[in-house]
Structures are given as structure tokens and as C-alpha cells.
Write a protein that binds this ligand. Structure first.
Ligand SMILES: [Zn+2]
Length: 287
């Protein structure tokens, strides 16, 4: 009988961590949210900037302040990507721990600033995963082993993804490995995999280009013999279609840079996004 009671106590104690509240984590944008979900498994992850939205020009809402106040961890990209975040954290009165997912990567420059789009290199995404795992384990040590196992399984998928990207680029004729893109978000991808991304001069995602800007871009595409132009999910596609019509460059479709799509879109996860982008590039730049 005594043994039976002890066994009961042991069972109850063992069951306690499973009944505890899941760890609450806020990720600043959709891509990071996906990485956190892959490492966290059954934890509660919410994102501030959702699918199909642009984190560069985001305006936080009162609901965001509530999400942040309730979270144990706030995981952000860093490198100046979430310029709107410090004020939001302050106004929410949150005491959550702030985690910078890009810690430890070698930043590239974009003009005078750090280029924030580090996740576009799969190698960097693996660094993010390591940082996320460490942060979740520190915040919730009881489930550290689960986070380790999840991270390991996901890292294996990212290794396979990176091999796919390298194999696809290797098949492209070297002279055709260049594209023009409206949003200068692929610096890390270019550096890692050897496709040149040329941003049209003087065009930002925050304002529509003038007729003069468009003329400059058309000259640029012709002079550099750029085989393909790409649209992004955060800018007006009519601009690129007009450039394509006047230069004969191929419109390669959409490259996703800063946000995932919804469930039914082309890029509901990070892995889907990278795979979609490399297929679009291969189609436009192949012979
Ligand atoms: Zn961006």
C-alpha cells in the first residue's frame, strides 16, 4: 500500500510540468514566428507583424501591447529591423525578456546601416534557430530537452534546404545569375549563394517611384543586361510589369523577402518561402 501511494505521488509529480501553462512567446514578424514555432513545438507563439505585411512600416496596435505584456519572451530580428519596437515595449509596461534572434551573425551593410534581412541566408537562419533554442530553454528549463530535439530536427531540414539552393544555383549559367528587385532584401542571399540582386536606384518600398525613376530603372536594366525582374509581396507590381514590357526582361514572379503568406499562399513557412524563391529564380534565369 505504501509503495502504491508513493507511486501515485511520483506519477502526479511527473505529470505536473505537462499541466503547466505553455510558454508564451511573441515573435516580431511572421518569418521569425515560424522559426520559433518549429523550435518551440506546443508553446504559445503570437506574431506582431503577420503574413503579407511589411515590418519596415509597421504601426503597432493596442492588441500588440497586450500580447507583449502577457509574454515571457519577446523574440526580435534585431539589426534595426523593428524600429517601432522599443516604444511599444515601453508603453506596454512589459517585463518580458527581449531576445535578439540574429545575435552572432556577421552583419552586412545596407548604405550606412546594418542590413536587417539576415534570414535570407539559410546559414543565418540556423544561427537564429540556435539562439531561439537557447532562449526557450533558459525561460523554460523543464522542456529544454524537447526544444533541443525540435531544433535538431529542424536544423536537419534547413541543411537539406540549403543543399537544394546551392544545387539549383550551380545549374544556372554564371552570366545569367543577376536579377533586379524593388526591395533591397537579398544581400545575404546574394552573398551566400552567388546570385546578384540589383536594386533599382532611388526606389523605396515606402513611396511610389516617379516617371523619372522608372526611366532610370529601364536604362539600368538595359545597360546591365539583366535577364529578369522580380516583384515582391510588399510593393506595387505594376512598376515592374512596365519595366519588363519596355526592356524585354523576364518578369520572374514574386520573391518573398520580409513576410510569409497566409496558409493558402506560396510561402506559409520559412522553408516554403526559400523553396518558392529558388524555383522562381531558376525559372527566370535558366536557359
Ligand atoms: Zn525589408
Amino acid at each position: 500500500m505504501r509503495h502504491f501511494l508513493l507511486a501515485c505521488v511520483a506519477l502526479i509529480v511527473a505529470a505536473l510540468p505537462a499541466r503547466a501553462e505553455p510558454l508564451k512567446v511573441v515573435a516580431s514578424f511572421s518569418i521569425l514566428g515560424d522559426l520559433v514555432r518549429n523550435v518551440g513545438g506546443s508553446i504559445e507563439v503570437t506574431t506582431l507583424v503577420g503574413p503579407d505585411s511589411d515590418a519596415h512600416v509597421y504601426s503597432p496596435t493596442p492588441a500588440d501591447a497586450k500580447k507583449i505584456a502577457d509574454a515571457k519572451l519577446i523574440i526580435v530580428n534585431g539589426l534595426g529591423f523593428e524600429g517601432w519596437l522599443p516604444r511599444l515595449v515601453q508603453s506596454s509596461g512589459s517585463k518580458s525578456k527581449l531576445v535578439i534572434a540574429s545575435d552572432g551573425i556577421a552583419p552586412l551593410r545596407l548604405g550606412n546601416d546594418a542590413d536587417p534581412h539576415a534570414w535570407q541566408s539559410v546559414g543565418n537562419a540556423k544561427v537564429y534557430v540556435g539562439n531561439i533554442r537557447a532562449a526557450l530553454s533558459a525561460a523554460d528549463p523543464a522542456n529544454a530537452e524537447r526544444y533541443r530535439a525540435n531544433a535538431e530536427a529542424y536544423l536537419a531540414k534547413l541543411d537539406a534546404l540549403e543543399r537544394e539552393v546551392r544545387d539549383a544555383v550551380a545549374k544556372l549559367p554564371p552570366a545569367r545569375r543577376k536579377v533586379i528587385s524593388t526591395h533591397n532584401a537579398f544581400g545575404y542571399f546574394a552573398a551566400a549563394y552567388g546570385i546578384e540582386f540589383i536594386a533599382p536606384l532611388g526606389v523605396s518600398t515606402e513611396s511610389e517611384p516617379s516617371a523619372r525613376d522608372i526611366a532610370k530603372i529601364i536604362t539600368q536594366v538595359k545597360q546591365a543586361k539583366i535577364p529578369a525582374v522580380f516583384l515582391e509581396n510588399v510593393t506595387d507590381p505594376r512598376l515592374m510589369q512596365r519595366i519588363s514590357a519596355e526592356t524585354g526582361a523576364k518578369v520572374g514572379g514574386t520573391l518573398y523577402s520580409d513576410g510569409l503568406t497566409g496558409e493558402k499562399g506560396d510561402a506559409p513557412t520559412y522553408i516554403d518561402m526559400v523553396r518558392h524563391n529558388i524555383k522562381a529564380l531558376t525559372r527566370a534565369l535558366g536557359d
